[in-house]
Design a protein around this ligand. Structure first.
Ligand code: ZN
Length: 320
């Protein structure tokens, strides 16, 4: 499997054998976020891997910071994209190209092999630029009717006076990330909200104003999480990336806001809120899980067997 993680600031391409462990082969930072340029750069990396591994490549899965509907990118608030065709990311039409939202795939990986392994109903939340996540039930993300579900960041848990780049008003996205921290500090909107948030988190212990702004974002995250727990009833919650960093930086505020937002009957026994185990590699692991699921279907195995029999050099010792 080839797994691609396409984020707001950078991208990575990994190869994974059947044990499902991704090995990053190529990576880079976007020189521009122009979709044609980004897709072309990543497509060249995929083609190089394809040439190296040839027929052994059985599926390509792309994790992207974008909304995915019917297997296609329809919008990315964080990359500033509308619909973008990723078809160039497979060099061989026989190799399926699977595309998933990065936070959804990270949640899938946490539920299958990470901090929530073994739990049947898992809510994963992550903050990079904005907040994303998924509800995973029995090892399957709940995608909705068209695959575009799980856009938790665009719930109206934010300030209704603010218009989100997604087009909606009052999105939660704008209340929990680097943009929220900068706004609180009276600083201009950062070009890279993730890097900005990381720098603010590093300044938190020494600077009371920054700590107050970070705590404000942590409370907004916890309040929204409480609402999602009330609505979705997960057995376990996992927090990825900056979501866990915000909690760690302002634990008392986060914990108080979470408890305050829960319905009374839940308070004595709320679901555990765990740090994600796979860190920033979650989406890459989720892409491998998705590709592997595809390869190991009856259809995927039949296609593989048919290809092996048409290329005797790949068949087993029967020929020797
Ligand atoms: Zn939005």
């Amino acid at each position: 499997m080839i797994a691609v993680d396409l984020r707001q600031e950078d991208w990575r391409c990994a190869v994974a054998p059947l044990d499902g462990k991704p090995d990053v082969a190529e990576a880079g930072t976007h020189r521009s976020r122009d979709p044609e340029q980004v897709v072309d750069t990543v497509a060249q990396a995929v083609r190089r891997l394809h040439r190296r591994y040839g027929d052994r490549v059985r599926a390509i899965c792309v994790a992207i910071a974008a909304t995915v509907q019917h297997g296609r990118v329809v919008q990315s608030a964080v990359l500033g994209w509308d619909a973008v065709d990723l078809a160039a990311l497979t060099a061989d039409p026989r190799v399926p190209l699977l595309i998933g939202n990065d936070a959804t795939l990270a949640g899938l990986a946490e539920a299958r092999q990470g901090a929530a392994a073994g739990a049947a109903t898992v809510l994963h939340l992550t903050v990079e630029v904005g907040v994303g996540g998924t509800l995973v039930v029995d090892g399957r993300p709940m995608h909705g009717a068209t695959g575009a579900g799980g856009e938790f960041g665009h719930l109206p848990f934010g300030d209704p006076r603010l218009r989100c780049p997604c087009g909606a008003r009052g999105c939660w996205d704008l209340a929990v990330d680097g943009r929220a921290i900068a706004r609180r500090l009276g600083e201009p909107a950062p070009r890279d909200p993730r890097t900005y948030a990381e720098q603010a988190l590093a300044r938190t212990p020494a600077d009371p104003a920054v700590r107050a702004a970070v705590a404000h974002a942590a409370r907004a995250l916890a309040r929204g999480l409480a609402g999602l727990i009330n609505a979705l009833d997960p057995a376990v919650v996992t927090l990825g990336s900056l979501a866990e960093s915000l909690r760690a930086a302002a634990e008392p505020e986060f914990t108080a806001a979470l408890a305050d937002g829960l319905m009374r009957f839940r308070r004595p026994n709320p679901p555990p809120v765990l740090a994600a185990a796979l860190g920033r590699d979650g989406a890459l692991h989720g892409a491998v899980v998705t590709a592997l699921d595809h390869v190991l279907t009856e259809e995927g195995l039949a296609a593989w067997a048919a290809q092996c029999s048409s290329h005797p050099r790949h068949s087993t010792s029967a020929a020797s």
